[in-house]
Design a protein around this ligand. Structure first.
Ligand code: 1HE
Length: 277
């Protein structure tokens, strides 16, 4: 699934309890709930924290049909752990960035959909992490920034690809050049989040959305999170060609046949109008 996966360096290997301290994990109704758990440092992501995220993501992939990612404490995530990063040699910094890419790729192009619940700071690498998930819910306390320019660094967790695709290069350049901080409402208008809810309500909403996604056919979900973004990278004719093959394969699966029959036999619900939901 993940290209060129590099093993976790030995010095970063953690016991399950050490990883659990940094990332909480709970399986509810087939949905994994992964909580960033370093609130005293505003969930700033250190090398060990990246490995804890990798471990939780791997477990969710094995056990769940969908997952929710959220932050414990007052903020979703303050991005890269600057205290650790400040002393890094260039080769360690590049290896760290590449490891973020691998772990975030496990989320973006894995086998299950991820819904992110955002509140407080969604900053730098925190925004890059959120951008690797498939659906983002922000509560009204959430604020979005890319202060890399102010810190003298650059995005290194996939932001130049994922965040730029969500909000566009012009908006991303503005955030990075001027230190602009966006509200939850702006983030929704900019295509960064798909839902804005009242303060404190993001986790419940994310859980509700994840349960809906978990009820889909796993192959359909797999195609949405793996084929759809790849097709955007293709030429139009290539994308249409690939789409036909995926659609044909999906149609031939026993689960699709049963799901279509269930609708025809009136055993499955109709599509409701927006106000019915
Ligand atoms: C940190 C970090 C961090 C907090 N690395 N230690 N990210 C940033 O540039 C964001 C920097 N953080 C902030 O602007 C603020 O901390 C927040 C707006 C997120 C939260 O403010 P607040 O008032 O709730 O918390 P605080 O008092 O600033 O921070 C509490 C502690 O967390 C404090 O440590 P303490 O020892 O004084 O208690 C902070 O130093 C610590 N802390 N954020 C390390 N980021 C792969 S490339 C990605 C590149 C980036 O992500 S660049 C963006 C980095």
């Amino acid at each position: 699934m993940v290209d060129n996966l590099v093993e976790c360096p030995e010095e970063l290997a953690m016991s399950p309890s050490q990883a659990a301290e940094l990332c909480t994990y709970e399986l509810r109704d087939g949905v994994a709930h992964v909580g960033l758990n370093r609130p005293r440092k505003r969930n700033a992501i250190s090398d060990r924290f990246v490995e804890a995220i990798a471990e939780a993501v791997g477990r969710a992939e094995r056990e769940a049909r969908a997952a929710v990612l959220f932050g414990h404490g007052e903020h979703f995530c303050a991005g890269l752990d600057l205290a650790e990063h400040v002393d890094k040699a260039p080769m360690d910094a590049v290896a760290g960035s590449r490891r973020w890419h691998q772990v975030f790729d496990m989320i973006e192009h894995g086998t299950i959909p991820w819904v992110c619940a955002l509140h407080g700071a969604v900053v730098g690498g925190g925004l890059e992490l959120a951008a690797a998930t498939h659906i983002r819910v922000a509560d009204r306390s959430a604020f979005f920034a890319l202060p890399e320019g102010q810190r003298g660094i650059f995005v290194g967790g996939g932001g130049s690809v994922r965040v730029a695709r969500l909000m566009g290069v012009a908006r991303m350049s503005d955030l990075m050049l001027t230190g602009r901080v966006a509200s939850a409402e702006e983030a929704e208008r900019w295509n960064v989040v798909q839902y804005v809810v009242d303060a404190g309500a993001a986790l419940a909403k994310a859980g509700e959305l994840a349960r809906k996604a978990a009820a889909n056919a796993p192959f359909s979900n797999y195609a949405v999170i793996n084929a759809l973004p790849r097709i955007q990278d293709m030429a139009k004719a290539d994308g249409l060609f690939v789409e036909s093959f995926i659609a044909t394969f999906a149609t031939s699966t026993p689960e699709a046949v049963e799901r279509m029959r269930a609708f025809l036999d009136k055993r499955a619900p109709k599509v409701g109008r927006p106000r019915d939901k």
